[in-house]
Design a protein around this ligand. Structure first.
Ligand SMILES: [Fe+2]
Length: 79
């Protein structure tokens, strides 16, 4: 049996990884818009890595049968 406190912490960590993924992806988009191909490749590599970390936490929570709650990323645009 896993405590609600641990489930909340795992969700917090999952959201931190998702936020990192979002930030790297956004930076890659800006880099690409400025034709910085090497930097874009570097940033997208990190974006993929952070997404893989998020998916590990997703798997932990899913295996526990815990609720998975994704927050909106920083800088999220409405509409
Ligand atoms: Fe990470």
């Amino acid at each position: 049996m896993v405590s609600d406190k641990l489930k909340a912490k795992l969700n917090e960590l999952l959201n931190g990884e998702m936020e990192a993924h979002h930030i790297y992806t956004q930076a890659a988009a800006r880099s690409s818009a400025n034709a910085f191909e090497g930097a874009t490749k570097f940033l997208l590599g990190h974006a993929k890595e952070e997404l893989s970390h998020m998916l590990k936490f997703f798997g932990f929570l899913d295996d526990l049968g815990a609720e998975i709650s994704l927050h909106r990323p920083v800088g999220h645009r409405l509409g």
